[in-house]
Design a protein around this ligand. Structure first.
Ligand SMILES: NC(=O)c1ccc[n+]([C@@H]2O[C@H](COP(=O)([O-])OP(=O)(O)OC[C@H]3O[C@@H](n4cnc5c(N)ncnc54)[C@H](O)[C@@H]3O)[C@@H](O)[C@H]2O)c1
Ligand SMILES: [Zn+2]
Length: 365
């Protein structure tokens, strides 16, 4: 069982040619060079990473690739949300073009959600689009951001304001790399796991409740099970609604409040932490709107607590900048911000308008 690949295939009905495999197995990174070589063919390979992941895994992958592909270069940038910016996008694309990137080049995003979103956006736009292979190295990226094709960067006016849909040609997930992840970053990813379960699957939610104390960076089979389950749930949604015209909006649970908190904190709150607080606040909103029963709210708050995730809005968040960020949200339409809200454990409602007074109460409780 240990050496078996768990493979989920994403098939996109609009264009079957763009279907791609998501492989999950311990030890996959050590063998990634041969998959990269197969995917790249005669084209050049550009490994994009941040300096932390570059030191831990990038250099080794680069040497392995250099032996099996025609041309290979490693490009890195400083870690953190601050790199999801036009400035870093400019620097990366300048280097790639300088190194002779062509339409048949392959970009490999090796890192967390920041690397995946930024390198993915580069791949989506460079020369009108080049192939992208995702090797996610944080829990958040493994169970959420590397699957589904959303890529992008932040703008002074808000989170993920410049972006594209650009599906990868394959995703390689190696849970072993999570062993080097700081605990705070591991927890950060658990918030997206709770989101996926809460939005889509009551059974997965129960599994998380029951296993919470045992979900650690070294929890081999349990971790693989949870990542695989989350990935297949997300893949199923992406297959039905690639461009987020309906169903996929359910995965924005926790993100309306979460994104505004991230921006209003000047990105000092990590994305997953903001999503965790967002889930708690939005669950309180859902109770006030009559969508969610009180006991379900208690379960949501309890599972976040058991996983060591934050639930309360930190003091020091500026109200005005929070409200401004909220109104700039992509989910803001003429009529106001349309929330995705929990409507039970494993069920969600989308496009719900929330009165300001209800939001205020939920933020303060
Ligand atoms: N595209 C999507 O669908 C989607 C979904 C969810 C989140 N996101 C985005 O993902 C971003 C957050 O991603 P993240 O939390 O992975 O952040 P991140 O990429 O900044 O990674 C967190 C930190 O962990 C380090 N790191 C990464 N892998 C490591 C490893 N194996 N060992 C040790 N250190 C490691 C990184 O250097 C970084 O400092 C946000 O910008 C968010 O908007 C995108
Ligand atoms: Zn998210």
């Amino acid at each position: 069982v240990h050496h078996q690949n768990h493979i989920t295939t994403v098939s996109l009905p609009a264009s079957p040619a763009r279907s791609y495999p998501i492989a999950i197995r311990e030890g996959l990174l050590a063998e990634a060079a041969s998959s990269i070589a197969r995917t790249a063919g005669p084209g050049a390979v550009f490994l994009v990473t941040d300096t932390t992941v570059g030191r831990l895994y990038g250099r080794q992958l680069h040497s392995a690739c250099a032996r099996v592909v025609s041309r290979c270069a490693l490009l890195d940038f400083p870690p953190g949300e601050g790199s999801k910016r036009l400035r870093v996008y400019n620097a990366l694309t300048r280097r790639l073009l300088g190194l002779g990137a062509k339409r048949d080049s392959l970009i490999v995003a090796l890192g967390g959600g920041v690397v995946g979103d930024l390198a993915g956006f580069v791949a989506a736009t460079l020369l009108r689009g080049v192939a992208l292979l995702q090797i996610p190295t944080t829990l958040l990226a493994q169970l959420d951001s590397s699957v589904g094709g959303k890529v992008g960067i932040d703008h002074a006016l808000g989170k993920n304001m410049l972006g594209a849909f650009h599906q990868p040609c394959s995703v390689l997930i190696d849970p072993l790399v999570l062993r080097s992840l700081p605990v705070r970053e591991f927890r950060n990813g658990l918030a997206e796991l709770v989101k996926i379960a809460l939005a889509l699957d009551g059974a997965l939610f129960r599994r998380i409740e029951q296993a919470a104390p045992r979900i650690t960076r070294t929890a081999g089979p349990l971790l693989r099970e949870l990542i695989s389950k989350a990935v297949s749930l997300k893949a199923a949604v992406v297959m039905k609604d690639e461009f987020e015209s309906g169903l996929r909006k359910t995965l924005n649970l926790g993100h309306t409040v979460g994104h505004a908190l991230e921006a209003a904190s000047g990105y000092r709150i990590r994305h997953g932490e903001a999503v965790s607080i967002g889930l708690a606040v939005e669950a309180r909103i859902a109770v006030r709107m009559g969508l969610l029963e009180e006991p379900a709210l208690e379960r949501i708050l309890a599972v976040l607590r058991a996983l060591g995730l934050p639930r309360d809005v930190p003091s020091g968040i500026n109200r005005r900048s929070f409200v401004r960020s909220l109104s700039l949200d992509k989910k803001f339409t003429g009529g106001g911000t349309a929330y995705a809200l929990p409507a039970g454990i494993g069920r969600s409602a989308i496009g719900v308008p929330v009165p300001g007074s209800v939001l205020d109460e939920a933020m303060e409780s």
